[in-house]
Design a protein around this ligand. Structure first.
Ligand code: SAM
Length: 269
């Protein structure tokens, strides 16, 4: 019976009777269920996403002299695989075993063996040993953290995993725009999959609940914390990062309200 329940747990997302009250950092563990993970690659659209971001991350990491990368939000492996193909030494971490299994499978399809580590960011350095030139946290992943304590703890763990001159590359949705002016998207850089509808169903200062509808009419949700750009940059500075360069949809100059996503490159020294 217990086994059957666990099996069912892995098939259905459950937000209870009041989904917008679910504001919990650990919730990601039951959001990325098998069915959603199987569909994730059609949501992000690998080919279009690769074209959209071009060599941005590869160039940025090479410019900083990076060799060893820790991908802390591996997901289905999009960036881990691209960086391995570009010659970086990559460790692929994630808190979700479902995501890591899919990433490993995707790696095999590209003739690569991913070095995967399952770890929650809040205790990252218990599982990941070694100092990295770069930590990458991409695909709007940091948004899964709901408390200030968890955000600080996570950034401190990222900081500790870096060499003295390492860099953190982290991105976020432009939640400022969503909170202040409502949702619109160019759909060009991140969630590029054809025929997948990704829209917020509810937004307030403490929650962005997104609904993802797929062509087979299956629907999944993610409850996320809509962190503002200034908030994330302030936290990075407070945990010790010295210099932060921000980009809007991969451009150095941008008007704050235009980009769908911001990318920050934070230097430890
Ligand atoms: N980077 C991938 C991409 O761009 O396609 C995946 C992005 S997905 C939005 C967020 C990922 O972060 C998921 O794989 C999830 O399991 C992971 N994650 C969320 N919160 C986490 C936490 N506290 N510790 C470890 N991993 C976490």
């Amino acid at each position: 019976m217990q086994q059957q329940l666990q099996w069912q747990d892995n098939l259905v997302q459950d937000y209870g009777d009041d989904p917008i009250s679910v504001r919990d950092t650990s919730k990601y563990q039951t959001e990325y269920i098998q069915g959603f993970v199987e569909k994730w690659d059609s949501l992000i659209g690998w080919q279009t996403r690769a074209e959209g971001e071009g060599d941005f991350f590869i160039q940025a990491l090479r410019e900083k002299g990076v060799k060893r990368v820790l991908d802390v939000a591996t997901g289905t492996g999009f960036h881990s695989i691209r960086l391995l193909q570009a010659g970086f030494d990559v460790v692929s971490a994630d808190g979700s075993p479902e995501m890591l299994a899919k990433a490993f499978e995707n790696g095999r399809r590209h003739d690569l063996i991913l070095h995967t580590v399952q770890s929650d960011w809040r205790w990252l350095n218990r599982a990941v040993h070694g100092e990295f030139d770069a930590v990458i946290c991409l695909g709007n992943s940091f948004t899964h953290l709901f408390t200030e304590r968890d955000r600080r703890k996570t950034l401190a763990e990222f900081y500790a995993a870096l060499k003295h001159d390492g860099v953190l590359v982290i991105d976020q949705r432009n939640y400022d725009m969503i909170l202040d002016q409502g949702f619109k998207t160019k759909h060009t850089y991140y969630y590029c999959g054809d025929n997948v509808k990704a829209e917020p169903e509810h937004v307030d200062e403490g929650l962005a609940r997104f609904r993802y509808e797929f062509p087979d009419q299956s629907v999944y949700y993610l409850n996320m914390f809509p962190i503002r750009q200034s908030h994330l940059c302030r936290l990075m500075t407070e945990v010790g990062f010295q210099q932060i360069q921000s980009y809007g949809d991969f451009q150095e100059t941008y008007r704050h309200e235009e980009p769908d996503f911001f990318i920050h490159i934070a230097e430890k020294s």
